[in-house]
Design a protein around this ligand. Structure first.
Ligand code: CP
Length: 304
C-alpha cells in the first residue's frame, strides 16, 4: 500500500510483513543503543489536530529511533487558529521537504483527503470516529506476543463502540487475521452496521467475558458524545465496568487490554488495569516497534 490510511486497505500479508519487521525493531530498541541509521535521509512531520499522549510520543520516538528528521505540529498552537486550511497548512509544511506526514484529525477521512492532494506518504494517526490503524496493529501485535497468535482467538471489545476508531480498526485487523470478534456495550453505543462486519453483539458483560480470551476495554468518549447515547456514568460502570470481582468469578484468566487514556473507575478499575492480567503497558511499548515498522516499510517506497 502507498499510505497507511486504514486497516480496511490492508491484506493479511501486509500485516505479516509489518509484524515481522516490528519483531526486528523490537529487538533493536531493547539494545543498549536503541537507534538504527535507516532513515537518515527522511523527514517526517507529525501533525496533530486532536490531542494525544501515546500516539504522538510513540510516533516521534519511532521516527527518532530510525534516525529520521522530525518536526511536530499541534493545531492548538498553530496558524490553523488564524483560519489557515488543512491543505495550505500541509503544503506549507511539505515545501520544507517533508517525505512522510503522520496526521491525527477530528474529521473522518482526513487522511484519505490529504493523500489525494499532497505529495507525501500519509499515515493516519486517528481520523475522527473512523480508523486508528497503528493502534489496531499494535493491539494485534500485543495479542500475538502474549498468546502466540491472533488466529482463532476470541476477542471481545467492550464499551463505546459507536465513537471508537480503535474498535473499527481492531475489528478489521482481527478479522483479517482470523480471530473471532464480539462487541459488548450499551445498545445506544453500538452502531447498527456492526453485524455486517461479521461481529456479534453481546449486551451481557459476564457472558462476553466468559466467552473471550481477550477483553479490549475502551474509554467512554465523552468528548464525542451526544447525551442521548449515554447511560449515566454510574449506570455504565454498574453494567459494563470491569472489576476484579467479575474477573475472579470467571473461573479462568483472560487478557485485559485498553488503548488508553483510561477513565479509572468507569470502564475499568485500577486493580484490573494494573493487574498481571493487564497488558496495557506492553501495548504502549509495542507501539514504538510497530510504528517503526510502518514508517520503515513506507519509506522504502520513497525514491531517493
Ligand atoms: N491510544 C491513543 O490513541 O492514545 P492517545 O490519544 O493518547 O494518543
Amino acid at each position: 500500500v502507498e499510505h497507511l490510511l486504514g486497516i480496511k486497505y490492508l491484506k493479511p500479508n501486509d500485516i505479516d510483513v509489518i509484524f515481522k519487521t516490528a519483531d526486528h525493531f523490537k529487538e533493536v530498541i531493547n539494545r543498549p543503543i536503541k537507534k538504527v541509521p535507516s532513515l537518515r535521509d527522511i523527514t517526517i512531520a507529525n501533525l496533530f489536530f486532536e490531542n494525544s499522549t501515546r500516539t504522538k510520543l510513540s510516533f516521534e520516538l519511532a521516527e527518532k529511533r530510525l534516525s529520521a528528521d522530525v518536526i511536530n505540529f499541534s493545531a492548538g498552537q498553530s496558524s490553523v487558529k488564524k483560519g489557515e486550511t488543512l491543505i495550505d497548512t500541509v503544503n506549507n509544511i511539505l515545501s520544507m521537504k517533508v517525505d512522510i506526514v503522520v496526521m491525527r484529525h477530528g474529521n473522518v477521512g482526513a487522511g484519505v483527503f490529504l493523500s489525494k492532494h499532497v505529495n507525501a506518504k500519509i499515515i493516519n494517526a486517528g481520523d475522527g470516529t473512523h480508523e486508528h490503524p497503528t493502534q489496531a496493529l499494535l493491539d494485534s501485535y500485543s495479542i500475538r506476543e502474549k498468546l502466540g497468535t491472533v488466529k482463532g482467538k476470541k476477542i471481545v471489545i467492550v464499551g463505546d463502540i459507536l465513537h471508537s476508531r480503535v474498535a473499527l480498526s481492531n475489528i478489521f485487523a482481527l478479522k483479517l487475521q482470523g480471530a473471532e470478534v464480539k462487541v459488548c456495550g450499551p445498545t445506544t453505543l453500538i452502531p447498527k452496521y456492526i453485524s455486517s462486519l461479521g461481529v456479534e453483539v453481546v449486551t451481557n458483560l459476564k457472558k462476553a467475558l466468559e466467552w473471550c480470551d481477550v477483553a479490549n476495554v475502551l474509554r467512554v468518549q465523552h468528548e464525542r458524545m451526544d447525551i442521548k447515547y449515554f447511560p449515566s456514568t454510574r449506570e455504565y460502570t454498574q453494567l459494563f465496568g470491569i472489576n476484579q470481582e467479575i474477573l475472579d468469578n470467571l473461573g479462568k484468566k483472560i487478557v485485559i487490554m485498553h488503548p488508553g487514556p483510561i477513565n479509572r473507575g468507569v470502564e475499568i478499575t485500577s486493580d484490573v488495569a494494573d493487574s498481571s492480567e493487564s497488558i496495557i503497558l506492553n501495548q504502549v511499548e509495542n507501539g514504538v516497534a510497530v510504528r517503526m515498522a510502518v514508517i520503515y516499510l513506507l519509506a522504502q517506497q520513497i525514491k531517493r
